[in-house]
Design a protein around this ligand. Structure first.
Ligand code: HEM
Length: 111
């Protein structure tokens, strides 16, 4: 499954889990500074922009935002999913995650 591939590729997330807000990610939307969010993980894909087989523009259009739907809509290969791991710099703060389980249980923790 695609989902599992991403889990296992992002070893970096487990080893140094740095948390970001969507607001912070949104500051990085330029050619020389391009972050994206995919399944609650944050990726700095600046070095990959020029190499992207689908071109720079499609990524830049979505830079600084959640690209999960755009990414899977294009039917990216397993290779593409595996490439992602090396660009992972952290994860969204728990309250802003929409794909990970803890968010689903959030109500129980509300005060
Ligand atoms: C907004 C996000 C993205 C969009 C809309 C997008 C779109 C596309 C499109 C349209 C193609 C097809 C190019 C063609 O066959 O002519 C493509 C191919 C590809 N993309 Fe992306 N892409 C995105 C993000 C990424 C990211 C983050 C990676 C990896 C770090 C990636 C890796 C690849 C690879 C490896 C291919 C070659 C075909 C494949 O292996 O699936 N893309 N992309």
């Amino acid at each position: 499954m695609m989902e599992l591939s991403i889990e296992t590729q992002d070893k970096t997330v487990e080893s140094y889990i740095k948390l970001f807000t969507l607001n912070e990610v949104a500051d990085h939307w330029e050619y020389n500074d391009c972050w994206i969010v995919l399944r609650d993980r944050v990726y700095d894909i600046t070095p990959f922009l020029k190499e992207h087989p689908g071109g720079e523009d499609v990524i830049l259009e979505n830079a600084g935002r959640d690209v999960t739907v755009a990414f899977y809509d294009k039917g990216h290969s397993k290779d593409a999913v595996e490439m992602l791991g090396q660009y992972c710099i952290g994860m969204l703060i728990e309250s802003e995650r929409i794909y990970s389980r803890p968010t689903l249980c959030r109500k129980e923790k509300a005060t």
